[in-house]
Design a protein around this ligand. Sequence first.
Ligand code: SF4
Length: 479
Amino acid sequence: MLTDAYPTTLYPFRFRRLAPDNIVAVSETGDHIFLNDSTLSDLVHRFANFSAPQIAELKSKFFLGPPGGTPGLRRLISSRIAAKHETVLSGPSLHIIVPTLQCAHSCRYCQVSRALDDEGHTMSMDDLDAACDTIFESRAQALTVEFQGGDPLLRFDLIRHAIERIQTRNIGEQRHLRFVVTSTLHQLTEEMCQFFKAHKVYLSTSIDGPEELHNRNRPLPGKDGYERTLKGMSLARRIIGVDAVAALVTVTRNSLEYAETIVDQYVDLKLHDIFLRPLSNYGFAVKNAHALSYSHAEFAAFYAQAFERVIYWNRQGYPLREVGASIALNKVLSTHDGGYVDLQSPSGAGLAAIVYNYDGFIYPSDEARMLAEMGDFGLRLGKIGQPLAQVLKSPVQRDLIQASLGRYVPGCDECAYRTYCGPDPVNTYGRFGTTRAPIYLTDHCQRQMWLFDYLFQKLHGEDEDFLNLAFEWAKPNGG
Ligand code: SF4
């Protein structure tokens, strides 16, 4: 019960109905409470009648407070909101270098037009040097440099050159560096592994599930893509260490019936992270859409089944984290941004992550350079070698920022999940050819809305195992 000595008022919040009598309300700071129709009405009209513990909870979650707030409270709320956006406020931290587009695979959903010849599909040494130097123009103290392709291991010489150049420069800079190479691992050799071990380089690969499914999604003439990836993985683990390789799943129509099998496969392979990524609407995936794509409802059913299997394995004592859920839970449950470039508003494209492409140009994201492979250069930010500050002030980057400010986007402005999420203008552009489209029609919004609904329903459940897991995954370092 409130007294007149400490006047209290209701602060802005947004809410969403999860089920007939189950509502989640989210304050400006991203704190949440669960309500039913009656308690929602009481909160809005008669919160003075709430019990002292209820009032205390609502105050601690910034639903209630002194009218106009005190200067200290206003600072606290601002800093809590800023902490949620740390990744996009501190300069690009993820720098993706695409040394070559060469790749031996012909994946049916590949977003880039793979090329088997070197000519015109590999970064020049001048551009590579310029990209390495530009990385240090970012204000971010922690820098992740990721090599993507094609298959970057086909030009290991360029990877080695870049890593050595960056590390030499870092002697004076003293940034916290992390290197990742994303590859099929088919070209991996002992010599490469020794280099990666010496330079603390992590490897990332794709494993779509069991052998038959993986090889169907990622055809090779020898039909042995899965076997060769596993061979590379075991070489890396032997020389670099057991945690040397992370893997992710691209979900195609073929995957839908394998939800549990895919998760089990990751456990068999002794992997502790699984990232169940939906198919993007770019590149070859569009051309093969009839064979590969699926509805959002189909993906949601697949994801929920796979997710339950992930929980099952954790209950059995095998730690396994679904990365997409982990990113969302970090937003919901932690006061500190986990540093993921996804789910940022303004968008992390360009602000948190930047791509130096083999073609000599800079793009705001992987998806944007994939669109360029299809002949759409509308999301180019500039040329490699241009000052980073200039690139980040380019008209394209400005547009991406403006189009991704949830507060000003119809739909997002009223969305309960706006503190955690925001429009993805690159995704919108890929689908509609413009960075602005009705938000509810975008794949990004449909998937995130569903994922937040799903996770909040689980958080509201009585499952203590899930709650423990959710808080573990929500830690800024991803648990
Ligand atoms: S993109 Fe969709 S889910 Fe995300 S904040 Fe906007 S309306 Fe909400």
